[in-house]
Write a protein that binds this ligand. Structure first.
Ligand code: ZN
Length: 94
């Protein structure tokens, strides 16, 4: 699972996050207006990429559930706990 995918899943959990990114992070002559003002960031910035993916996942979930609900249906990683890949937490193991 790559970082964009993981971040997109996280973004879905944040109410209004995707909409805010699309509102604020728009192209101004190929630069992102929402990212650091002191340093030009090429558009689409990483947040836009994440927001696009999140939107895709949301729409995918809606399509699968017949247009009901905000949460996508496909299998998902645990969203609340960032985990290092390969590192396993085994409850009970000493
Ligand atoms: Zn941006």
């Amino acid at each position: 699972m790559d970082v964009i995918e993981t971040a997109a899943w996280w973004a879905i959990e944040q109410p209004g996050w995707v909409e805010r990114v699309f509102e604020r992070h728009v192209s101004d002559d190929g630069r992102c207006t929402g990212c650091g003002s002191y340093r030009p960031v090429p558009w689409p910035c990483v947040l836009v990429v994440i927001a696009r993916r999140a939107q895709e996942l949301i729409e995918l979930g809606r399509a699968q559930r017949g247009g009901v609900g905000e949460r996508p249906a496909p299998r998902r990683p645990a969203p609340m706990r960032p985990r290092v890949p390969g590192q396993r937490v085994t409850p009970g193991a000493a």
